[in-house]
Design a protein around this ligand. Structure first.
Ligand SMILES: Nc1ncnc2c1ncn2[C@@H]1O[C@H](COP(=O)(O)OP(=O)(O)O)[C@@H](O)[C@H]1O
Ligand SMILES: [Mg+2]
Length: 301
């Protein structure tokens, strides 16, 4: 009997990468996506967008019908909605409600991490801005604004002192941050109840939009300061399970947390230990499977 795992968003990079790994490990994967797509080896069901009133009932019915042993959501917009649900017909690989809501909003994430002493870029809301000197003092120029709720690097804009009026025109649905210019990492983390957290600090060697954006390419890295910071961030938010965190280094080398995604990221195939730990924590039996050396994996995405 094959064990079934329901993965949401299998048409996206996070869901697709995860589904492939599960199939390699011998699981049956049932997938969902908002678009009508076909993915080899997976039965894909079309579901409404997360904010559609019928989304929860549709996914609930599919969980029951597929007899899934585990549901792994990979679509950011679904997370705060599913985190509120109780009595789901199968276990869901998602952190507690409060942590998921904090991670969903970059300002709330920033506030919680600052309070807990986890290193973050200097930041403020647009309504806090007085003038160009104030920004120079508080954040330094250039600075960066990005939507508090968003993903995929959408709406990330760099501002120079001359752009002060455009920056002030932003509303508080944005967060304004110090621009952190150094190397960027996507640590893949599994926060575990047994305390033996797993962290693989992937380093982004190319970004989709040049100086900012999602990783176009990653390599495994052994930066222990980044690994420790990633775990501290996940724990400060009260999260559990698989996380995909964005961290950058300042010019002086200090790593700071840009954001925390309370789900698997696009490059989880480079950190198979994270999925291994998650499956173990949900009591799913580990199958033998050949681990392809990371150096032989072609670029994901
Ligand atoms: N404070 C910052 N300094 C420098 N680059 C940043 C900063 N915040 C975000 N970025 C860049 O923008 C990208 C997207 O921002 P992020 O916070 O990860 O939001 P999301 O991935 O949800 O769009 C990051 O991967 C990074 O390249
Ligand atoms: Mg990001």
């Amino acid at each position: 009997m094959m064990i079934t795992i329901l993965v949401t968003g299998v048409g996206g990079p996070a869901g697709y990468g995860l589904a492939r790994q599960l199939i390699e490990r011998g699981y049956r994967v049932v997938g969902t996506d908002m678009r009508s797509i076909s993915v080899p080896g997976i039965a894909v069901y079309r579901v409404p967008a997360a904010d559609d009133p019928t989304f929860v009932e549709t996914l609930r019915a599919l969980t029951r019908a597929s007899r899934a042993a585990l549901v792994i959501p990979t679509v950011s917009e679904e997370l705060p909605i599913l985190a509120c649900e109780t009595d789901w017909p199968a276990p869901i690989a998602l952190g507690p409600h409060e942590g998921v809501l904090l991670a969903n909003d970059k300002w709330l994430t920033w506030q919680r991490l600052s309070e807990c002493g986890v290193a973050v870029p200097r930041a403020m809301l647009p309504s806090h801005i007085q003038n160009a000197d104030h920004v120079a003092q508080a954040l330094g120029w250039p600075c960066l604004a990005k939507p508090r709720v968003g993903r995929g690097g959408r709406g990330v804009t760099l501002y120079h002192a001359a752009d002060i009026d455009a920056l002030r025109a932003r509303d508080d649905r944005f967060i304004v941050q110090e621009f952190v210019p150094g190397v960027e990492y996507a640590p893949n983390v599994c926060i575990r109840h047994n305390g033996r957290d797993i962290v693989v600090p992937l380093r982004k060697t190319a970004l989709k939009q040049g100086i900012v954006g999602n990783a176009a390419q990653v390599v495994r890295d052994d930066s222990s300061d980044v690994a420790a910071l990633a775990c501290a961030a996940g724990r400060a938010l009260g999260l559990s399970g698989a996380l995909d965190i964005d961290i950058r280094r300042r010019n002086d080398g200090t790593p700071v947390v840009l954001e925390v995604n309370a789900r698997f990221g696009a490059n989880s195939a480079y950190a198979p230990e994270v999925l291994g730990a998650l499956l173990e924590d949900f009591g799913l039996r580990q199958r033998r499977y050949p681990i392809v050396p990371v150096s032989l994996l072609s670029v994901v995405i």
